[in-house]
Ligand binder design. Structure first.
Ligand code: ATP
Ligand code: MG
Length: 306
């Protein structure tokens, strides 16, 4: 697949820009702060409705823009597609593929799949668990519509439950409603945990192979999913930790606190790995991601190297 053209309006530092790309490889160069990373971010956003670095969509709007629009001309599955995303301050974003409204980012991923590699990715092992979850989600949301659906709902439930935990503090009568949110949380958390488990297992297998060849088999790497709670016991754990949640006024149990662990020759890389080992492991992880995607979508994803 490839992206043939892109127009950006009101997105980050782009007032308006129209770009045509070469079908093979494109090099984008320029001074610092000219908008190279922003451009790559726009392409990732067009592929899944998620930014690899922004926390909210609001950040993507130009400082002086009320509205931002991205239009991409994409060639994939032997067809041409036009995808469009419009963001506006204080309003829901609109996304379409060939003029047909897309419910969520998954519909975009059907058309364009990106693997983004940023300099920060080299630090993924040392960075916070949130960065590692973002890595998993950015990829899984492109690969799996059902996952996207469950994750969106899960995140909504967690934020509602957190709100409730704060309200209960001064409205004890609301305590009974907590149970309902717990049920919803279990409902969406389970498939999220299970899918992550499966994904990390497959990714880990490919990664071990790649890492072995990079290091001339000197290092054996193991990738491990570290769920905050196992899918099979989440219901029980939520009930058991209720008092703790009420005290903290925030949900402490669930896949929103998952992590990934890396081991080289059975030693925890995050804790004991050298900087070079951490970087090589990060590289193996990204290369494994590309391989996994190629296998799954039977096309080459658009590779973005920042
Ligand atoms: P470098 O080579 O240093 O990595 P770059 O070309 O990748 O630079 P970008 O990270 O794309 O640069 O950022 C370009 C500029 O966009 C920055 O000066 C930043 O302040 C600006 N910028 C970021 N977000 C917004 C926004 N929401 N609205 C307007 N400008 C923004
Ligand atoms: Mg940059």
């Amino acid at each position: 697949m490839r992206i043939d053209a892109l127009t950006l309006e009101g997105f980050r530092n782009y007032r308006r820009a129209a770009l045509d790309f070469d079908p093979s490889c494109n090099v984008i160069y320029g001074e610092n702060a000219q908008g190279k990373t922003n451009l790559l971010e726009a392409i990732v956003y067009l592929s899944c409705g998620k930014s690899p670095r922004a926390r909210t969509d609001r950040e993507l709007l130009g400082f002086e823009s009320e509205r931002a629009q991205l239009v991409g001309h994409i060639f994939s599955r032997e067809r041409a597609f036009e995808t469009e995303i419009t963001l506006a301050r204080g309003r829901r974003r609109k996304m379409t593929v060939n003029g047909v409204p897309a419910k969520n980012g998954a519909a975009l991923s059907d058309v364009l799949h990106t693997v983004f590699f940023s300099p920060e990715d080299l630090g993924i092992i040392k960075n916070s668990p949130a960065e590692r979850r973002r890595f998993i989600d950015l990829e899984l949301c492109q690969l799996d519509k059902v996952y996207t659906h469950n994750l969106i709902n899960y995140n909504k439930v967690v934020s509602q439950r957190n709100k409730l935990l704060k309200e209960i503090d001064y409205r004890k009568d609301l305590l009974d409603t907590l149970e309902i949110w717990d049920m919803q949380m279990v409902r969406y958390a389970r498939p999220v945990i299970e899918r992550r488990q499966e994904f990390v297992k497959e990714l880990g297998r490919i990664m071990a192979e790649i890492h072995g060849s990079i290091t001339g088999s000197r290092e054996k790497i193991r990738l491990e999913y570290a769920p905050n709670v196992d899918a099979s016991v989440i219901e029980r754990k939520l009930a058991g930790e209720r008092a703790r949640d009420l005290k903290a006024k925030v949900s402490l149990t669930g896949p929103h606190r998952d992590d990934l662990l890396f081991f080289i020759n059975d030693i925890d890389v995050r804790q004991f790995g050298s900087q070079g080992q951490q970087r090589t492991a990060a590289l193996s992880l990204k290369l494994a991601e590309i391989e996994l995607v190629k296998k799954r979508i039977r096309e080459k994803p658009v590779l973005l190297l920042d």
